[in-house]
Structures are given as structure tokens and as C-alpha cells.
Write a protein that binds this ligand. Structure first.
Ligand code: GLV
Ligand code: MN
Ligand code: MN
Length: 415
């Protein structure tokens, strides 16, 4: 049995086109009309295969194919269709379309798996709109996504209003929780989004673990004052202090971290935001990621100490507020082993690698046996319109997914 690589590639393109915006970019921001259009198209493909499709209380689109014994726990596949601004064709979409391809291949071959199969399109994985992602997978895992209908997105729109496009409300999200007994395992196919596979010319990555992600909101408070008449020596410029701290991040991270440690300031705002006023406040996001929770704590301490020293130097104050924590997460030995077995059976070259990007699997692995399959990202580029994966690599990834599903379908779930 073989996946149809051409069909997958053409579907990736079709979903991409759903994000076409008037300014010429392609974005499917969670809950946006473009995202809803992509989900509708995906639903139409699944329905043509006779799958039943529903949206759960956390907004996850769940497409189900019956198994020989529909009372058995389900094999889950999937990922997300929402994108970052001006994102690419592959991030998330590949896991959804790849999951559907497994079902379509089964149907064409007249193969009915023992277990039922569900392909899940998770809600708001990227999280850039409200500053926190993994929303749908949190709901499915029974973990509070800590959202409220009154919170505002980056455009000032209320969550409750924008989520009407999915027909959901914040208060009900935990009702989406799946009983762990109802799930055989979860397998997510994804592009690597880094350059390990590309640089080593390796076709497939079997993911060992996913980096943890801690986020903080930092505000530096100085004194807004006249930009023309305030001498340099008399200023308390919040942005200058923040810039000094941000400039230190690479050094601190390199000194106390390892090859997987990364720290990023991805958003920044100053007030009053005027060309002729010294910034009185500077607020920015800080994110720390690593494969080791202890290293993440150490980096947090060292960065906070550096921020304290710099603020003292510039006579400004600061607040450092944690906003979300996700521990590094190892993949299930059983599912990882089944993926490795599948790659070997297919005679495809592979390596076992960690993931620096987060995925719905980061949450799913805490409740369900979970594994991830990576395919190469050209030059390691992702979260960008220039994201690219060779058609042959996409086909390989889908075949590994297909073979893994066949393997786990014939296995007992370990206790
Ligand atoms: C999600 O794609 C992330 O790693 O930020
Ligand atoms: Mn993704
Ligand atoms: Mn992403």
C-alpha cells in the first residue's frame, strides 16, 4: 500500500490558496475567514471518504473513519491548519493532509483498519493572535488552555467574538477532553522547521523529544520626556535599557545553555510611541526553549539577573511576568519504536532528532502515547513563505505515517 504523493502536494497547494489575502500574502490566522475556508475544504475531502466530521468544544475538527471494531480505542493523526502571518505551505497542513491521505489510501485499497481512525485539525496551534497556542490540543488533553472570552487579540478583538466562527466559547473548552482509554495513540507528521535533516541529507526524522517553551511579558519603566530638551545624561529611556538587555541574550544563552537552548524577544512595544518623546515604557515578550527543564530555569534566572543589572545602570524599573510554561516532552517509546520500525521496513534513511519547534504533540504526549515523523525543510526555513519541502520527501513522510499506522493497528497498546 502506498500513499499518493501527488495528491498530497496538490492538496497542500489548495489549502495554501485558502489563505490568500488582498495584500498578496497567505495567512490562515486561527478563527479567521481564511482559516475557516481551509477547514471547510478539508472537511469536504474527509466527507467524500465517508468520514464523519465534527467540531468539538475546543474547536478541534475531528474526522473519523470507522474501524473493524469501532469500540476499540482510536488511532489519532493530525496537526493544525492555522498559520503564522505570511506562513508557508507545509507547517501543520502536512500532518492533517497526510493523515487524510492514509485514510484515502486505505479506502482505495479496500483496507479496513482494526481500530477506528481520527484525523484531527487542532485549534489555534500557533497562538500568535492571543499570545498562547496549543489551544485545541490542551482541551483534548483536559489541560486548561487558560483562555477567556473577554481577552483581546493583537488587533483588539475579543476572543469570544472571534471564536464564534468555530461556534465555541472559552468556558466549554475542557469538555473536549478525551478519555485516555479511548485513544490507541497519536502520530503527527510535520516538517522539521530546522536544518538538521537538510544539512545531513537525511530523508526522515524520528522525533525523540520536543523542547519546552516558557514565555514571559517584560515591562521596563523609565520616564517619558522631551526628546529635544532632555540631555543624554538626564534620561531614563526604557527602550535603551530594554535594548541593552536584549543585546545580552545571545551571550547569556550561549554561556549557560547548550546547542538546543534558544531565547527570543519576538514582540516589542514602547509608550507613548512618538518620534519626539523618550520612551517611558518598553514592553516585550521573552521566550526560552530547551530540551532540559533545569537549563530553562537557569537561563531564566541568568536573564532576569542581567535585566536587573541593566535596569539598575539606567535607573529604570522592570516587571518580569511568566505567561506560559510547557516542560520539554519526550515522545512515547512505543510509538517512536513503531515509527522507526516503519522507516526501516520502507528502507528509507532516517535519524532520531529532537524538535526545537513546539507542536500539538508537546501536549498530546502528556496524556496519550505520541510520536512524530519529520521530513526535511529546505535550508531549515519555516514560519515563512519560503518554507519548502521536496515532493519526494513529502511522499516518504506520508508512507512512513501509513506504515506506522499499519504497525500500531496490529499492536497492543502497552500499559
Ligand atoms: C510553533 O510552531 C512554534 O514552535 O512556535
Ligand atoms: Mn506546526
Ligand atoms: Mn508553526
Amino acid at each position: 500500500m502506498k500513499a499518493n504523493g501527488k495528491r498530497v502536494v496538490s492538496r497542500l497547494e489548495e489549502i495554501y490558496q485558502c489563505g490568500k489575502k488582498e495584500d498578496g500574502t497567505f495567512t490562515r490566522m486561527a478563527f479567521s475567514p481564511e482559516d475557516v475556508k481551509g477547514r471547510k475544504l478539508f472537511t469536504s475531502w474527509a466527507q467524500k471518504l465517508g468520514m464523519t466530521c465534527r467540531i468539538d468544544e475546543a474547536g478541534n475538527l475531528i474526522c473519523r473513519m470507522a474501524g473493524q471494531d469501532d469500540s476499540l480505542p482510536a488511532i489519532l493523526m493530525g496537526s493544525h491548519l492555522d498559520t503564522v502571518p505570511d506562513g508557508g505551505k507545509y507547517d501543520g497542513v502536512l500532518g492533517c493532509v497526510g493523515g487524510l491521505e492514509v485514510c484515502e489510501t486505505f479506502k482505495e485499497e479496500g483496507y479496513v483498519p482494526k481500530h477506528p481512525i481520527e484525523v484531527i485539525v487542532f485549534t489555534d496551534e500557533e497562538g500568535f493572535r492571543f499570545g498562547k497556542g496549543l489551544t485545541g490540543s490542551s482541551g483534548i488533553c483536559g489541560q486548561n488552555p487558560e483562555v477567556s472570552d473577554s481577552e483581546l487579540d493583537i488587533y483588539g478583538e475579543e476572543r469570544g467574538k472571534v471564536m464564534q466562527s468555530y461556534g465555541i466559547t472559552s468556558a466549554n473548552m475542557l469538555k473536549a477532553a478525551k478519555d485516555p482509554e479511548s485513544v490507541h495513540c497519536f502520530i503527527e507528521l510535520h516538517v522539521e522547521q530546522g536544518a538538521r535533516l537538510y544539512k545531513t541529507h537525511t530523508s526522515v526524522g524520528v522525533v525523540s523529544s520536543i523542547a519546552g517553551v516558557n514565555r514571559y511579558d517584560v515591562t521596563v519603566t523609565g520616564e517619558a520626556n522631551h526628546a529635544g530638551s532632555t540631555a543624554m545624561a538626564d534620561r531614563k529611556d526604557a527602550l535603551v535599557a530594554a535594548a541593552g538587555f536584549i543585546n545580552n541574550i545571545p551571550e547569556v544563552t550561549t554561556e549557560y545553555g547548550n546547542e538546543f537552548t534558544v531565547a527570543t524577544v519576538g514582540t516589542i512595544k514602547v509608550t507613548p510611541h512618538s518620534v519626539n518623546v523618550i520612551p517611558g515604557t518598553c514592553t516585550f515578550s521573552l521566550e526560552i526553549r530547551d530540551q532540559d527543564a533545569k537549563v530553562m530555569t537557569l537561563i531564566e534566572q541568568k536573564l532576569q539577573a542581567s535585566l536587573g543589572d541593566i535596569c539598575k545602570k539606567y535607573e529604570v524599573s522592570y516587571t518580569f511576568v511568566p505567561t506560559s510554561f510547557h516542560e520539554p516532552a519526550p515522545m512515547s517509546k512505543w510509538v517512536k519504536g513503531s515509527i522507526e520500525q516503519a522507516v526501516k521496513e520502507l528502507g528509507i534513511d532516517y535519524s532520531v532528532i529532537p524538535s526545537g519547534a513546539f507542536h500539538d504533540s508537546l501536549i498530546m504526549t502528556s496524556v496519550f502515547p505520541t510520536g512524530m515523523i519529520f521530513v526535511p525543510s529546505e535550508k531549515g526555513i519555516s514560519h515563512s513563505r519560503y518554507e519548502f519541502t521536496e515532493d519526494g520527501d513529502i511522499e516518504n513522510g506520508c508512507n512512513v505515517l501509513l506504515k506506522t499506522v499499519l504497525n500500531v493497528d496490529n499492536m497492543e497498546k502497552p500499559c
